[in-house]
Design a protein around this ligand. Structure first.
Ligand code: SAM
Length: 251
């Protein structure tokens, strides 16, 4: 998807991202929260130096800020000024530093970080190769990157996978092919969940945060909403399976 469109529309501010995060926060049924699960795979240590690329509104750190190891240094970066400003508001106490940065052309020195985290963002990049090259370049020898992305049918009951031009370029089957070409040693972890949603309002907000939905005609949009609403009325809820994949890759 076009970088200009992403920066100037989809991620001009945090409205679209907030609608998405809110749906997951309200209706996820896995008793282990995604960010607690993700963080438990990392085993961060005292004095670690961490970079997050495409940090969004800082949702991961909001949930982890009371469990941080000592003397940790964290740089949160994103290519959208509007998103990064919201992140600054959400995380107002150190150890955070904030930096406007495009993952395809990082403004950080070689061999600088113990961890680079890239959660739900590599599918937005024009060149996965450039982004992975940059992530590897700024990692210290023996450093690790945590790459979280979507399974092939993640959320497909809401936005059918074949029309989701946001995530299709770096889903699980593509990541499975690209990641080993950059990182010889990596582990793959799977997180499964299911949204059980009883209310059409947050679903409509989520759908309108998706460019592929917004591009449909009004009558097609109404058809989708009515079908989902019918299921909520007749069954009491609408269920949406989720599958996320976390690759922990070693430099
Ligand atoms: C789906 S959001 C994920 C945000 C956050 N990582 C999370 O999981 O909550 C994708 C984020 O990546 C950012 N982004 C997209 N392309 C980027 C790029 N080339 N470089 C840096 N950030 C980018 C967007 O501005 C947005 O904040």
């Amino acid at each position: 998807m076009d970088k200009k469109y992403l920066r100037n529309n989809q991620y001009l501010d945090s409205k679209n991202l907030d609608a998405r995060i809110s749906l997951h926060q309200q209706y996820s049924t896995n008793p282990i929260n995604l960010w607690d699960w993700t963080s438990s795979q990392y085993h961060l240590k005292n004095n670690d130096k961490i970079l997050e690329v495409g940090c969004g509104t800082g949702d991961f750190w909001k949930t982890q800020q009371n469990k941080l190891p000592l003397n940790i240094e964290i740089t949160l970066s994103d290519f959208s000024e509007g998103i990064l400003n919201q992140c600054r508001v959400n995380l107002d106490n150190p150890p955070w530093q904030f930096c406007l940065a495009d993952v395809e052309d990082l403004c950080f020195n070689n061999d600088s970080y113990d961890w680079v985290l890239a959660h739900m963002m590599l599918y937005h990049t024009k060149s996965k190769e450039k982004a992975l090259f940059e992530i590897k370049r700024v990692l210290r020898p023996n450093g690790c990157t945590g790459i979280l992305t979507v399974g092939d049918t993640h959320m497909s009951r809401l936005i059918p996978t074949d029309s989701d031009n946001m995530t299709i370029t770096f889903n699980e089957s593509i990541a499975d092919k690209i990641i080993p070409t950059y990182f010889k040693k990596f582990e793959k972890h799977i997180y499964e969940d299911c949204l059980i949603i009883q209310d059409i309002g947050p679903i409509i907000a989520y759908l309108h945060s998706s460019p592929s939905f917004k591009n449909k005609s009004l009558s097609d949009q109404n058809k989708i909403v009515n079908t989902i609403n019918f299921e909520i009325q007749s069954r009491g809820s609408f269920s949406v399976p989720k599958r996320l994949v976390l690759y922990i890759c070693h430099k």
